[in-house]
Design a protein around this ligand. Structure first.
Ligand code: GLN
Length: 506
């Protein structure tokens, strides 16, 4: 095959199964690509030294005639929020520097069992708090489209690795948009599954009622193939949904045939007017809708009056849960320990460790969370936020009585410049306005590239949301739109990135 790094997971899988290429070859070209470009991109915090051995093992098993899963031999990048036995897991934090987990996250275990080849661990905002990857304790990741710009966050490393052809697939986690917003700003595809659809066991918790693990890829089909591997019930996760799921890869294949758009009712939220979005983002959104309407889809205006309170509610619920989840980093059980002086008490060691080990954004959210949960304020803050959460869930219920999917731009702007918002938390938080409602309601969401913004030439994504458990619908609709757009562009959005087309990154 001519250009293995640009080949998507589905095509790699086919070539591997047909014996046209070996997993060792595929893995080696990706490791070479990482070596060549990751100094600039910094998508990876750790590159596996076992990847070639794992690949050789898959090749040997294939040669011996063993029945392997559809993605066997395909490389995979893993967000550092997911614990792994053979690579450190830091969640982007100094407090977990070098931490080795005694077990694999369920999604990692399933990926290994399916024969995927872990390439390494990807960079992220510390404990998944952020929208730019600038809050990583290990330095930011850069957007392959423009190295002066953010790759999104918190999963900027996974999205950048996939966009820069360092990995064909990656795992991410999405608590308020950390899979979908990085996909939006890097021209990739990201899915936040239905809450409980993918195991959270071994995903270092940020906010347990919001967190969800999901796939990052260059096409909807590739994402579906990975979702099929990682999804489904896990007895280790008490919030994991039981019951069977359809094949998401099959849903994507069905969607690519196009007829799903005929009669599809797409809801557009009146309370999210164009004025809230960068002009090129709004324009790309409307072009995508028009392309779908031309195929018989119907655009229906719906009201979701409580969406606009989603950010406010989220930034009370998330810190509250995070402050509790992060209490375990106490210098005793995990990671770093700082002893300020020889006679230090346990409390002094704990305080010194948390002071040195956590970054500013993490401290900010711990303070917000403990305040929101404190006696006397609990009802006013946390209690009110939970009520808003219920109202947002009701908005979704009512909307899905009228439409099949809801569409929004995936984020208000294209990739902003590194440094532009890092000292302005409120601006950073407002970036999550369209992604957060899905986490509050537990519904699935997908971001699919919709085009380039005219004013800056940077990628834009369109988000589709579906009712709980209807993830397959997102794969059908996403693949249908993707097929239309790829046809009109004569390729994918990433094929239109001049800096990427030349094989370089800048
Ligand atoms: N940007 C959001 C936040 O900072 C989303 C994070 C996430 O999804 N992990 O909380």
């Amino acid at each position: 095959m001519s250009d293995l790094i640009r080949t998507g997971a589905a095509d790699l899988a086919r070539a591997l199964a047909a014996g046209e290429v070996s997993s060792v070859e595929v893995t080696r070209v990706h490791l070479d690509r990482i070596a060549a470009v990751d100094g600039d991109i910094h998508a990876f915090l750790h590159v596996s030294d076992r990847a070639l051995d794992v690949a050789a093992d898959i090749d040997a098993r294939r040669a011996a005639g063993e029945a392997l899963g559809p993605l066997a031999g395909v490389p995979l990048a893993i967000k550092d929020v997911l614990v792994t036995t053979d690579m450190p897991s830091t969640s982007g934090s100094r407090i977990l520097e070098g931490y080795m987990s005694p077990y694999d996250a369920t999604v990692v275990a399933r990926a290994r069992a399916a024969g995927l080849v872990p390439l390494g661990k990807t960079n992220m905002d510390e404990f998944a708090m952020g929208s730019s990857t600038e809050h990583s304790a290990y330095g930011p990741t850069r957007n392959p489209w423009d190295l002066d710009r953010i790759p999104g966050g918190s999963g900027g490393g996974s999205a950048a690795a996939v966009a820069a052809f360092e990995a064909p697939l990656a795992l991410g986690s999405d608590t308020g948009g950390s899979i979908r917003q990085p996909a939006h700003v890097t021209g990739t595809v990201g899915i936040k599954p239905t809450y409980g659809g993918v195991s959270r066991y071994g995903a270092i918790a940020l906010a347990s009622s919001l967190d969800q693990v999901g796939p990052v890829a260059r096409t909807v089909l590739d994402a579906g193939l990975l979702h099929d591997v990682i999804g489904g019930h896990d007895p280790h996760d008490s919030t994991s949904l039981t019951g069977a799921w359809p094949s998401f890869a099959d849903a994507a294949r069905e969607g690519a045939r196009g007829d799903v758009l005929k009669g599809l009712r797409i809801g557009v939220i009146t309370e999210l007017p164009d004025s809230g979005f960068q002009p090129g983002v709004a324009a790309s959104f409307h072009e995508a809708l028009a392309a779908m309407q031309a195929q018989g889809a119907e655009v229906v205006e719906i009201s979701a009056p409580h969406f606009e309170y989603g950010v406010a509610a989220y930034y009370l619920i998330l810190p509250a849960e995070a402050s509790s989840n992060l209490a375990k980093f106490d210098s005793v059980r995990f990671g770093m320990r700082v002893t300020p002086h020889a006679q230090a008490t346990v409390e002094e060691v704990m305080a010194a460790t948390r002071d040195a080990g956590f970054g500013d954004e993490v401290k900010r959210r711990i303070i917000l969370g403990t305040y929101a949960l404190s006696a006397g304020y609990y009802d006013a803050y946390y209690g009110s936020a939970q009520k808003v959460r219920t109202l947002i869930q009701r908005d979704f219920d009512l909307a899905f009585g009228q439409v099949d999917v809801i569409a929004t731009p995936s984020a208000p702007t294209t990739a902003f410049r590194l440094g532009e918002r890092v000292d302005d938390p409120l601006q950073m938080y407002l970036n999550d306005v369209t992604t957060i409602p899905a986490n509050l309601a537990g519904v699935p969401g997908i971001s699919v590239p919709s085009g380039l913004a005219a004013e800056d030439g940077l990628p834009v994504g369109i988000q589709f949301l579906a009712p709980v458990r209807e993830d397959a619908r997102l794969y059908r609709v996403g693949a249908a739109l993707e097929a239309l757009l790829h046809e009109s562009w004569g390729g994918s959005l990433l094929d239109r990135a001049p800096q990427l087309a030349q094989g370089g990154v800048a």
